[in-house]
Design a protein around this ligand. Sequence first.
Ligand code: AMP
Ligand code: MG
Length: 318
Amino acid sequence: MTTGITQDISKVATALQQGLAVGIPTETVYGLAANGLNEDAIASIFSIKGRPTSNPLILHFFSLLQAQPFVEAFHEDLLLLEKNFCPGPITFLVPKTGLVPELITAGLPRVAVRFPSHPVLRDLLASLEFPLAAPSANRYGAVSPTDAHQVQQQLDGEIPWVLDGGLCSYGLESTIVGMEEDKVVIYRHGSIPLDELSVVLGYIPAIKNQANASPLAPGMVKYHYAPNTPLKYFENSVQAKERVGYLFIQHIPEGFPPMQCLALSQEGDLREVARNLYRSLIEMDAQGFDELYIEKPLPEGLGLTLLDRLNRATAKFG
Ligand code: AMP
Ligand code: MG
């Protein structure tokens, strides 16, 4: 099989109806999608990614209305978040009905549902009679792709199509939330930052994203999102060296050769840093540097999400 890049939604819809997995654009990162009600199609996602079946998948729907038959309850606080942020990059972990295949939830009692905002994906979802199961379109443990070519590079020969929807506007995975004891809990930091959720809710949700929490979920594993080139945090004591690449938030310090450096944002805007992060990591990874250094974002707003990903990406090389 060769992997084509297409903008033709009907070609991709046909492949999905045949039970094949395809690459899809979302506003967070590109996904590896299949019919979320077809066990064989779901199983192929795990085998293509090399992802353990103990790691559950998110089901993507056009809207909450389409998700109703699969969801047992949707707490009013989650409804409030749905009203404010959907369609958009937030995932709800809610009690499931018997219609949800076991493979989707890894046998767990809750199902993760999301209502994406990417216009191309919305057109695709509107043309299908089933939800799409879709994790990120990277091989397990690698950096998530944020454009169609990076999906093709990672999964070439494994899928017939990547649906091209341009660059992902957020560039980081969705925020995952659920209820515990009548309060919203964050299970994964994501594209909607903690402070924006808190403003809407009127309280600060607890964060439970540590690997010791069971069930173990992919976004919770310690080493993840890592390039092949060793990646470490930049500190002021780090000197410019040959054959080493540097990723800075905004300003490139004096004495660092521009050819070895990349600024993640012109304005120092964290939305832009987020949008560029994975793509820049994949690009720098391909340059053949001996090591990469990246500047640490401050732990505020989206910075919490960026730190979460970078802590896991650098943990492998610590
Ligand atoms: P990815 O699809 O790569 O963005 O990862 C999916 C994420 O969804 C995982 O990190 C899990 O944390 C979460 N998830 C999905 N379904 C469930 C579930 N049924 N129970 C707990 N976590 C889930
Ligand atoms: Mg992922």
